[in-house]
Design a protein around this ligand. Structure first.
Ligand code: MG
Length: 246
């Protein structure tokens, strides 16, 4: 009886395989028509595409606030914002999950006595926890997992694509937020992809947890979060910041 069941099962599978094989001779069988991707109109020169949320267009800090929800006190000049050391990190008023972020930044010219992490340090944090490092690594050596586009202390960049100080640079970052179960345990880690000046430096790397300066990263359950820019005491500038929710 068991053998018969096995045989009829095998015959059925075989018949299905022949049917499917027949179907696969037609190109139409593997075409998918619905749903159609939404239409997004691209823009030239890194300008925001049609469905982007503009976070900074050079005119003001209306999308930003301090970590204590107060008015931003960074400098605003010539379409750029610049860190004023001691005024603290700033964050977006809106919060985000999975997203594509475009941000342009510029290292200041600083004294040669400043080295390593002391040179043009800032950072782009996703959900106020996961840092993509901003650093002047043009002829400036530091620990590899702490240089520009490092997932700070977690992932070394695939390349050093830094331009000189006072030259504008682009980050295009795809962030996939972590997922948590109801009991707070991690269901799926966060992932990040980074293009620095058009060069891929992080290829869908898995994050080990929230960025830590000291010690090992860990995940703690959270929901959507703001984009945060770091005040590390260096006069790093930012411009043309936009985001697409995914
Ligand atoms: Mg930093």
């Amino acid at each position: 009886m068991k053998k018969n069941l096995f045989l009829s099962g095998a015959l059925l599978l075989n018949a299905f395989a022949i049917f499917a094989q027949d179907d696969l001779t037609k190109p139409q069988t593997t075409e998918v028509w619905e749903p159609q991707p939404k239409i997004v109109t691209p823009a030239d020169n890194n300008a925001p595409p049609s469905d982007a949320i503009v976070l900074f267009d050079g005119k003001g800090f209306n999308e930003w606030e301090t970590l204590k929800n107060k008015a931003v006190e960074w400098a605003l000049k010539d379409g750029a914002m610049t860190v004023v050391g001691g005024k603290g990190n700033i964050k977006t008023k809106k919060t985000f999950g999975d997203c594509q972020l475009h941000v342009e930044w510029r290292s200041p010219i600083e004294s040669d006595t400043l080295k390593g992490q002391m040179k043009g340090n800032s950072g782009v944090f996703f959900q106020q926890r996961y840092e993509v490092q901003v650093l002047n690594n043009y002829q400036n050596k530091t620990y590899a997992n702490g240089q520009a586009t490092a997932i700070y202390k977690q992932h070394i960049p695939l390349a050093n694509a830094c331009r000189k100080p006072m030259e504008w640079q682009t980050y295009d970052i795809v962030f996939t937020a972590p997922r948590f179960r109801k009991n707070g345990s991690l269901e799926r880690p966060a992932y990040i992809t980074v293009l620095h000046n058009g060069i891929i430096t992080q290829n869908h790397v898995e994050l080990q947890g929230a960025t830590e300066y000291i010690g090992t990263p860990q995940y703690k359950m959270h929901g959507n979060g703001a984009i945060e820019l770091q005040d590390h005491g260096n006069a790093v500038s930012f411009r043309n910041i936009w985001i697409r929710e995914l």
